[in-house]
Design a protein around this ligand. Sequence first.
Ligand code: MD6
Ligand code: FE
Length: 216
Amino acid sequence: MQSLELFEAPVLPSRQRLGPAAMVLRKFALPYMQEAMPAIEAIAAAAPFRHMETPGGFTMSVALTNCGALGWTTDRQGYRYTPLDPSSGEPWPAMPEVFARLASKAAEAAGFVDFEPDACLVNRYAPGARLSLHQDKNERDYGAPIVSVSLGMPAVFLFGGHARTDPTVKVPLHHGDVVVWGGVDRLRYHGVMPLKDEPHALLGSQRINFTFRKAG
Ligand code: MD6
Ligand code: FE
């Protein structure tokens, strides 16, 4: 008998380890998308994407908004989490139940149980937008992981070490991929290379990324 394996499609690894406590879960978010897409539109309607200013006086190429009890913001005074949208003075939109479920399931799949995020930063990239190397360190408790969902156009994620000058690995992220990291990897430098214009069937010429955190 010939091996049936000859006729099977190659199995792509569905998870890729980036560190002892960091991994990519390929296409993990896809089953949630039908519910999540309208939720993203509702968030953007209530708290529109905006280009914020960094403490150093630069305007971010990435546009952002938030949902959840706390939202990440930046201005000339610094980076911080706030319960109110500084543009409207209103609370950030509530975190949709489907988001919380996706974040918790992804964290669990990566080995972090009972992840209950209170903040979801939503980033929107147009072609050319980039995110320079940074650490996520405005959260109060580094014990909780970060869960990051990528949608739309592909991006090259840079994953470095604990010093800005440490070498980075390039990780291509596609629609539906989820990155989870915590533990000893929680404070590693990371960023996103300038986005190429490779329009996505569902989202066109944009990439949406949401990152869930336990901020408060
Ligand atoms: C992005 N992500 O992928 C930017 N931070 O658009 C982040 O800065 C990030 O993906 C912490 C953990 C995961 C991330
Ligand atoms: Fe980050």
